[in-house]
Design a protein around this ligand. Structure first.
Ligand SMILES: [Zn+2]
Length: 332
């Protein structure tokens, strides 16, 4: 049995495995620019951000109907459960679908059906977080929030993702204020490829409660001290950082130093179909290649539940935390 954990940084569009991509392409009469599952898998050995994004958007074209989104989320939840995920807070990118003529309702209803059945089918509780594409305009983000209004009973919070450099958090001040007024929780990607100052800005201007990635906070000791003092969680994605070259090799990852500094770190998978692994694979990787011992792995699992948006269900959080403490690591 794998270590129980929560996944807090997961883009549902990034869980589309080649087999499902071809199945949905056939169902919807969409032609993928790859001849076979193997050819698509080979393309996933991309070397840089642009080739990743080209592939990512090409594959997304197969997602057309509610059922497609339901199947996508259900496939992710099954995989996640097998790797010990007990709770998942799932990002989706409505603008990427709206731009293709797929409506907000199609996306949210489809994802929502898989999430609603997740506890019964997979034993995984869920939350849904709507992300804005930061390379789109602030006005587009505001329009997206408006389109989401009829579905806010199924959306826990908002996030900010895609190309970071040149798109500082302050650009989205108004939409974050509007979301806060609607009672939505707030997170944002910051300090992945962008500077440590974007992390500070996300906290001060956007009021985020959790920082996605945030690894470049290590360049600013005063910021580290603040993140420790205020217990701000960071959702790190080690395998993603290697694939997108935030670090050259996993052995260079700052995770051990970040934990040593007292930061509230979590380990997540980001876009697992593209970055070489799901949550459990990321845990295995940091154990094997960063030498994290059982105490540190248990700390990461504990942190993942502490950082979860489970304030509306503290009983559940307590149950998950008890599972973490009771967990016995297998003899290796
Ligand atoms: Zn991400």
């Amino acid at each position: 049995m794998p270590l129980p954990k929560a996944e807090l940084h997961l883009h549902i569009e990034g869980t589309l495995e080649p087999e499902l991509a071809f199945e949905l392409a056939a169902r919807n009469g969409v032609t993928l620019p790859y001849a076979s599952v193997d050819e698509l898998r080979a393309a996933q050995a991309f070397e840089d951000l642009q080739s990743f994004l080209d592939l990512y958007y090409a594959c997304m074209a197969v997602l057309r109907t509610e059922r497609d989104f339901e199947d996508l989320a259900d496939a992710y939840l099954r995989r996640a459960a097998a790797q010990g995920v007990r709770h998942a807070e799932i990002f989706f990118d409505p603008q990427a679908h709206l731009a293709r003529g797929v409506e907000m309702g199609t996306v949210v209803e489809g994802l929502g059906r898989a999430l609603a059945a997740s506890e019964e089918n997979h034993g995984v509780s869920t939350r849904l977080i709507m992300c804005f594409l930061r390379d789109e305009s602030a006005g587009s983000a505001m329009e997206t929030l408006e389109l989401a209004r009829p579905y806010l009973d199924r959306i826990t919070g908002i996030g900010l993702d895609s190309a970071e450099v040149g798109h500082p958090p302050v650009k989205f001040r108004e939409v974050y204020e509007a979301a806060a007024a609607l009672g939505l929780r707030r997170v944002a990607h910051a300090g992945e490829e962008g500077p440590a100052s974007y992390v500070t800005e996300a906290l001060d201007v956007l009021g985020v409660e959790r920082v996605d990635h945030g690894l470049r906070c290590m360049e600013d000791p005063a910021l580290v001290e603040r993140l420790v003092r205020e217990r701000i969680p960071l959702t790190l994605c080690p395998l993603s950082n290697v694939r997108l070259r935030a670090v050259d090799v996993l052995e260079d990852h700052p995770l051990p130093a970040m934990m040593e500094a007292g930061l509230l770190c979590t380990v997540n998978s980001d876009d697992p179909a593209y970055f070489g692994g799901y949550a459990g694979d990321n845990f295995d990787a940091v154990r094997d290649r960063l030498g994290l011992d059982e105490d540190r792995l248990r700390e990461l699992a504990r942190n993942s539940f502490l950082a979860s948006f489970l304030e509306d269900d503290e009983e559940r959080r307590a149950r998950y935390l008890a599972e973490v403490e009771a967990y016995e690591f297998p003899r290796r």
